[in-house]
Design a protein around this ligand. Structure first.
Ligand SMILES: [Zn+2]
Length: 259
């Protein structure tokens, strides 16, 4: 069974020099398909172009990342809304709240988040959530919008055990785990296995957060097996079992074709 990288920014300029070789390495490492989360209006054309070049392996999403919510967010959202009707996307993302980098646009972040959650309901798509230092507000927005069919993933989950429990209370949501779980100083490894196996997906979040033993390097999809192995050991499962389960979950969530 091939791995699915459920969150990777390989359309970024970090890969301009070796993109095809990097995709080849991913294939050799057993990583089949990948979901490419958008961040803003500028990243979108590049992301789309790459997905068009690899239609069986790479899948586009559309959304405005909370860190990119600035004065012009309304214009950006309107442009994206137009694209939504133009072509197929596998998710709305990445969207959410990020108070870690900047809280200047907190109100705007919340507004953008709500509007995009409604897109997901309207177009019957899952959401990719980016929540950083903002779980309390994010949970209350998710409850407030009251969209019972809403489904998605808490991507790059690095919250506390308490936050994990609350995230899991949103019953149509998965938890996305990446290289952070392998870091020596991360406590996530102590409770990662409390995520029910049918709600776990794996991701790189490349080019960021490379797993041990690649920590500090530019991350890429070919490094995903390190995270898979580490998480499998937390669950006391074989790599193959963990990979089969998480790939099945990602395929179900994003409705990816067989590969
Ligand atoms: Zn991301």
């Amino acid at each position: 069974m091939l791995l699915i990288d459920s969150h990777t920014h390989i359309y970024g300029e970090e890969f301009d020099e070796d993109r095809d070789a990097m995709l080849q390495r991913a294939a050799e490492a057993g990583v089949g398909q990948m979901v490419l989360p958008n961040v803003d209006a500028e990243s979108y054309p590049r992301l789309l172009e790459l997905c068009v070049a690899y239609p069986q392996r790479l899948f586009p999403t559309i959304g405005l990342h909370p860190t990119y919510v600035k004065e012009d967010y309304d214009t950006q959202l309107r442009a994206m809304e137009g694209e939504l009707t133009e072509r197929t996307h596998v998710a709305i993302g990445e969207i959410g709240l990020d108070y870690y980098w900047d809280t200047t646009y907190q109100k705007e972040q919340i507004d953008a988040f709500k509007r995009q959650l409604h897109w997901a309901a309207q177009y019957d798509l899952p959401v990719i959530l980016h929540i950083r230092e903002a779980f309390a507000d994010a949970f209350s927005v998710l409850r407030e919008v009251n969209l019972p069919q809403l489904r998605g993933v808490f991507h790059s989950f690095t919250g506390t055990e308490e936050e994990l429990r609350e995230a899991l209370s949103f019953e149509h949501f998965y938890i996305g785990i990446n290289g952070v779980v392998t870091f020596k100083n991360s406590t996530l490894k102590e409770y990662v296995s409390s995520i029910p196996l049918d709600r776990l997906v794996l991701e790189t979040d490349a080019p960021y957060l490379a797993p041990v033993p690649k920590r500090g390097k530019r991350n890429e999809p070919a490094f995903l097996p390190h995270t898979a192995s580490f998480v499998a050991s937390c669950y006391q499962l074989t790599d193959d079992t963990l990979i089969a389960k998480t790939s099945e979950n990602a395929r179900r969530l994003f409705a990816l074709p067989e590969y």
